[in-house]
Design a binder for this molecule. Structure first.
Ligand code: ZN
Length: 265
């Protein structure tokens, strides 16, 4: 994946020094890559393409911490992320959106015209057009807030430099907990999260693993591996029938996914 940005910079002295530093690192990297390629040419080893060549650089960076992580509100370190849809700002905007939509459908009802065949047609007044625009704008604003929040989470996960990231599929994942939010929006948010996670992992040389749909992450005991027959969504605590281990439900699932990733990675 190649990303390009075009920027014009007006650096001050400090920044200029930093830029020269970066340039010398780049020069070093170029010379290193060139030397490697010349060496493989001499010894008849195949050339490395751009991506293979680039992959040989991370070993020069400081060593990665082995801190696998995954998302389901909870990551395997026990850290929890708050649900963006429960913040007062989003709640307020959602309320306003609902109000606007109600107003819009009322206006539509007022401008209903019955045709000869008994069917209805709606006259689009300027007022309706204006309201529709406002609804659209509100929808976009909410989407931006949610996507921005997902960007913050995925960025912080990648920043922790895990070896790998394990994610569950939508069907098994505990993200569909919010009954107030439509299923379509939740799905769309899930796929946005997955999309961001996948490309950010690729950019940072982190292995991205999608757990098998049938892997029972929340029903398995993360200590002894015993499988529970039933675990309803309302049970927030996982209590093992075999060994009696007690743990937060999401944390248990995320530790299982971490181990799942370890067995694959
Ligand atoms: Zn157990």
């Amino acid at each position: 994946m190649i990303k390009t940005y075009k920027v014009k910079l007006l650096p001050n002295n400090k920044q200029r020094t930093k830029l020269f530093e970066c340039a010398s690192v780049a020069r070093w990297a170029y010379n290193f890559a060139l030397a490697t390629q010349q060496e493989s040419y001499k010894t008849c080893i195949a050339y490395k393409n751009f991506f293979e060549g680039r992959a040989s650089f991370p070993r020069f960076k400081s060593k990665k911490k082995s801190k696998p992580s995954f998302y389901q509100d909870t990551i395997s370190t026990g850290q929890k992320y708050k649900n963006i849809n429960k913040t007062s700002k989003v709640k307020k905007l959602e309320k306003r959106q609902k109000k606007l939509q109600k107003k819009l459908s009322k206006k539509y009802e007022l401008n209903k015209i019955q045709m000869n065949g008994g069917e209805y047609r709606y006259r689009k007044t300027n007022n309706i057009k204006k309201l529709e625009f406002l609804v659209l704008k509100m929808r976009r604003r909410l989407k931006n807030i949610r996507h921005n929040y997902i960007h913050q989470i995925t960025a912080s996960l990648v920043k922790a430099k895990p070896e790998y990231v394990v994610m569950e599929n939508l069907n098994t994942c505990g993200m569909l907990k919010n009954r107030k939010l439509s299923k379509a929006i939740q799905e769309q948010l899930f796929y946005e999260f997955k999309r961001q996670m996948e490309y950010k992992c690729a950019l940072n040389d982190i292995k991205f693993i999608l757990a098998d749909t049938f892997y029972p992450s929340s029903k398995t005991c993360s200590i002894c591996g015993a499988l529970k027959n039933k675990l309803s969504l309302s049970e927030r605590k996982f209590i093992c029938d075999e060994c009696g281990y007690e743990i937060d439900r999401d944390l248990n699932a995320s530790i299982n996914l971490k181990n799942y990733g370890k067995s694959i990675a």
